[in-house]
Write a protein that binds this ligand. Structure first.
Ligand SMILES: *Cc1c(COP(=O)(O)O)cnc(C)c1O
Length: 370
């Protein structure tokens, strides 16, 4: 058996010709940084989301950093987020010299638990970064109302949530700021690193654009100190070509998730549930397993590309653990890290492959008994 977690080779076979034509056009023009190809992609993505501004940038980590900087968040400021996320969410906070403050996740949605948010707010709190993990939107109504009460900035880490929906609206369309990654394995993936920042406010958009491009207002005029976090044209060409397929690929992911649920739930396996009004983009399909390590080893040994997202919570990573208060207790985060397993899902996996994964999984995995 050979069923990868994400079958990018099969996806490439589907789009090879248009992708190569798009890349060829960039090579013919020899304009690699920003320019019309990048403008074409950011406009197409803006329309697809129904957002006001989309700024192309170098990757999803930079996108979060730029958003924090654009709001002037830095030394001494606290930013609330989750530990159950990819390391980059917290790395971005640390890279602007702010202090990450962790709250636990909800045991059903696996996302920031709004009931824990208020208790984490101090006079130094400036922002909250909810992460729409695995493509599942956070309970944004609850998060936004608490944030508004305390005048906090909300930056949504939507790196895994391309075209996910919350209460009928596409994630990012009504966000103050949302950040996206186009890392190759994401639902919309470039052929290298790439990202985008989405926002509503015109002045904020202008600041973020400049922060991505040396603080430039003209070719050699610099009104602020930014950095180089621009999107490149080859990535934009790939992304523009892939974007029209995204909805169909996401629809297929939804079907696959349903097929997994139908096979695994009757046998006692729980997967991520949606908050009211949440529609996941199913970047990952994650279930909880009592004998997780054994199950993972057996799946991998049998050619099934299962994984763990993420095996070590951020607050337990060596790079940051010395900065974590000794009293920090995130029982749901810790329990998930012990039990979760991600099963193969993508826009090009077949029903037969999903059924093979289910059959093998059910022959090994034991459901948690609580
Ligand atoms: C992928 C990812 C990022 C970082 O994106 P890059 O483009 O790899 O820098 C940030 N947050 C989450 C939740 C991610 O999944």
């Amino acid at each position: 058996m050979s069923i990868p977690l994400v079958n990018l080779k099969r996806q490439y076979a589907e789009i090879q010709e248009p992708v190569r034509r798009a890349i060829d056009r960039v090579l013919d023009n020899q304009a690699f940084i920003q320019g019309p190809v990048v403008a074409e992609f950011t406009e197409a993505y803006r329309v697809a989301l129904g957002a006001r501004h989309v700024i192309g940038c170098s990757n999803g980590t930079a996108a979060i950093e730029i958003a924090l900087r654009a709001y002037g968040i830095g030394a001494g400021d606290e930013v609330i987020t989750v530990s159950h996320t990819f390391f980059a969410t917290v790395e971005a906070i640390l890279n602007v010299n702010a202090v990450p403050v962790y709250v636990d996740v909800d045991p059903d949605t696996y996302n920031l638990n709004p009931a824990m948010l208020e208790a984490a707010i101090t006079p130094r709190t400036r922002a909250v970064i909810p992460v729409h993990l695995y493509g599942m939107p956070c309970d944004m109504d609850a998060i936004r109302s608490i944030a508004a009460r305390h005048s906090l900035v909300v930056i949504e880490d939507a790196a895994q949530a391309h075209l996910a929906k919350y209460k009928g609206r596409i994630v990012g369309s009504d966000s103050d700021v949302a950040t996206f990654s186009f890392y190759p394995g994401k639902n919309l993936g470039a052929y290298g690193d790439s990202g985008a920042i989405v926002c509503r406010d015109d002045a904020l958009a202008e600041r973020m654009k400049r922060l991505c491009d040396h603080g430039r207002s003209g070719k050699y005029t610099h009104d602020m100190v930014g950095s180089n976090h621009r999107m490149d044209a080859l990535q934009a060409a790939v992304l523009t070509t892939k974007l029209p397929y995204l909805e169909r690929w996401n629809d297929r992911r939804k079907e696959v998730a349903k097929r997994y649920q139908a096979a695994l739930e009757p046998r006692g396996f729980r997967s991520q549930s949606a908050p009211e009004g949440g529609e996941s983009s199913y970047h990952l399909f994650v279930v909880q397993v009592a004998n997780r390590d054994e199950t993972l080893a057996r799946l991998n040994g049998n050619g099934i590309g299962a994984g763990i997202h993420y095996p070590v919570p951020v607050h337990r990573q060596k790079a940051v653990e010395s900065l974590v208060p000794a009293s920090l207790d995130l029982p749901v985060t810790d329990a998930l890290a012990r039990r979760i397993i991600s099963l193969p899902i993508c826009g090009s996996i077949s029903d037969d492959e999903v059924d093979q994964v289910c059959k093998f999984f059910l022959s090994v995995a034991k459901p948690p008994n609580d």
